[in-house]
Design a binder for this molecule. Structure first.
Ligand SMILES: O=C(O)CCC(=O)C(=O)O
Length: 255
């Protein structure tokens, strides 16, 4: 299948994202680009160390500079700029791949709560790229519309054997029956805000579900967490630092 990449984001789409905390979008990468990424991640999964699950490939770009081809792609930055402005910092990335008829559950959570005091203000947009098609059966992401306006949610610990992350929103008013399933075809993506409540179910289908989360923040966000996580690097990809020199940015490696 061949498709034309998309880079325009209408004012209505930006408004939808701001009001609802998420947006489903089209394809930013070409078919050959996406195929190359899938081949690359297939290889990474085949070479995972014993005991490491394919949902757990967090910050893969620190070890695999090739991924900067995607994380810094001008088409991606053009789209991200529409949501957070021209000064763009790469915060993080994570492959979450759920094997067929398996796969861990992602508990209901807000990324901003997991990241705690690492960023100030907590302003991150995640682009979730469908390396494989992502449907209800293979555990696509689900969101609670408008939940990014809710801050003080109550969390409880969940078991780490079956869950990718260790705690879950448990507020009585969390109505998960109203969750929106963000189904995607291969190569499509969706965006979500750091405060949007979201989850995903185990993969009960015969098809793998691999997504690449690519996370960006505007360059006015300070990274005080660098003091206690010195191995987590951030990269100024476009525009200027707006923290008055508070942040230290790593150089983007050759890819
Ligand atoms: O890939 C998933 O199922 C969940 C992704 C997620 O929690 C995130 O991108 O913050």
């Amino acid at each position: 299948m061949n498709w034309r990449p998309q880079t325009t984001v209408s004012d209505e789409q930006v408004k939808f994202y701001k009001e609802n905390g998420y947006l489903t979008y089209g394809r930013i990468f070409t078919t050959p680009e996406l195929d190359e990424l899938r081949d690359y991640v297939d290889e990474m999964i085949a070479n995972l160390p014993a005991g490491k699950r394919p949902e757990q490939m967090d910050v893969p770009h620190f070890e695999h500079p090739f991924l900067f081809k995607y994380l810094t792609h001008p088409r991606v930055l053009k789209v991200i700029e529409r949501f957070i402005g021209p000064d763009i910092v790469l915060w993080s990335s994570h492959f979450i791949s759920k094997r067929e008829n398996d796969g861990m559950e992602v508990p209901w959570h807000q990324d901003g709560v997991y990241w705690g005091k690492m960023l100030e203000p907590m302003h991150v947009i995640t682009m979730w790229l469908a390396v494989d098609e992502s449907k209800v059966e293979n555990g696509c992401m689900r969101v609670i519309t408008g939940s990014h306006t809710l801050r003080d949610r109550r969390y409880e610990a969940v078991d780490r054997k079956n869950h990718l992350f260790g705690s879950e929103v448990v507020d009585a008013d969390l109505d998960t029956s109203k969750a929106v399933a963000l189904e995607l075809e291969v190569g499509e993506c969706h965006f979500h805000d750091a405060w949007t409540i979201h989850n995903s179910s185990p993969n009960v289908s015969q098809k793998r579900r691999c997504g690449y989360t690519m996370r960006y923040m505007p360059a006015n966000v300070r990274y005080p967490g660098a003091a206690w996580r010195p191995t987590h690097h951030i990269y100024l990809l476009q525009g200027e630092d707006r923290t008055g020199g508070f942040n230290t940015y790593a150089p983007v490696p050759a890819f």
